[in-house]
Design a protein around this ligand. Sequence first.
Ligand code: SF4
Length: 509
Amino acid sequence: MRKPTVILRDCAEYDPEKIRHLVRAGLDSLHLRPNGRTLVKPNVVASGPRFPHAHTRPEFMEGVLRALKDRAASDTEEIAVGERCGITIPTRFAYKGAGYYEMVDRVGGVKMYHFDEETQVEVPLYHENRLRDSFFTPEPVARADFFVNCPKFKAHPWTTVTFSMKNYIGIQDDPHRLIDHDHKLDEKVRDLQYIIQPQFIAMDAITAGEGRMLTPIPFDMGLVLMGDNQVAFDAVCCHIIGLDPLSVPHIRMAHEEGFGPVDLSEINIIGDVPLGLAQERASAFRVGLVRVEDYFEGTSIRAYSGKPPGGEVDYCWGGCPGALEEAIEILRLYDAQCDDKIPPMHIVFGAYEGTLDVRDGEQVVFLGDCASFKGNIHGKPFELESVYVDRSEKSPYEATAEGIFTKMAKVTTKMATQGSKSAFRIAGCPVSVAEQVLLLVNMGKLNNPYLDKNQVIDFNNAYFSSRTRKTINRIFGQPYQRSGPTPRGASRPKQNLPPKGVKAPLEKR
Ligand code: SF4
């Protein structure tokens, strides 16, 4: 059997024509031609002048889209870009901030999908150890014939790194994305692989993102990476930064499920940059896995983390603690006095069994449904029980997500009614980055990024445009389809087959 291929190409600058040339050559060496419904999934988790390194750059996408058009087969129905960005921002706003609308206008003939506005299609899962029996994904993903993953090379505070596989968190809309976005996040990323596998991966590793995923520190790597197998691709990325791919749970689990190899001897590595040189360039790259207690050391926030439910792990990588790390970094971008303004406070995650050294006037915030504590606060006995609801009781069919203005109203009301108490809970599983930003805005009287005067008009336009389109879709279309249009073609992983005798909706055409 042919080995999966990963291509390492030298590219020091965001030159769309150079990137086009490299990507076209990459498609050529992999004998790939876009066809049918071709969908390109970038990483646009956040964008705009304050988030220049969080997303796949538009110059990169321009090169990729032009190369795809150059190589498109005659039966290509469309070439499209699709994404659901993060932190409760409308994808329209993220696309605009990233310069994607101008970019697709320059390329011409490219359709834009906003996954938060699209019909969501149910895709059943059959593999063992799955978290759920099905996923919802936007129709353009479910129906893609030629799927191109275009991630950004970044570190991640929940999953160590975000390379190709982790980019799949953006193939769900908010209600479904937040389900299992907790200490099972790596398993969720593994399961997402069953929705679709990319025929082609092209990664923006020209300027990589170190340390974090929303506000990464730029790290010049000067690489365009391409490949045809997601596990092999992520494994090579790990090797570039000196990380054992098996130490990243979602890569290990996808490998164990048969999605691809991690051993370099089973991967065909080609290109004009030898792996050793790529490793030299990335030798000081720092990943993002820092426990919240350590992350906030030396600040006015003292963080404490106990075990999340289930007893399998002792820390909720994937949930509330990492979201607090991203939240503080966003706030630092919008308020230079952020750290000085936040009063000394205590934030508790999970079932915390230690003590809390809370001084007069200081407050304790229990973040998340699973937070619990029994002990003393301000010298008085205090007990808070977990209100965690087991994931088996959360149905994707009933999943909802609040818009940013609802979140803002809820957090503000909560603070108005509870904010003077010595201790209170912010509920949720997870408590999203957006909610944690709003909590700290209230606690420290910080500038609110969602009301930033430089972007408020664009933000509101995108928000109301997106809401209107979703409402129209809900009235005239089918926002959710059960067992609806199904993935076609060879992109469906062969493991996603029904048990014998069970008719699979996936098999319908
Ligand atoms: S409430 Fe937060 S910390 Fe607890 S399990 Fe859920 S995501 Fe993790």
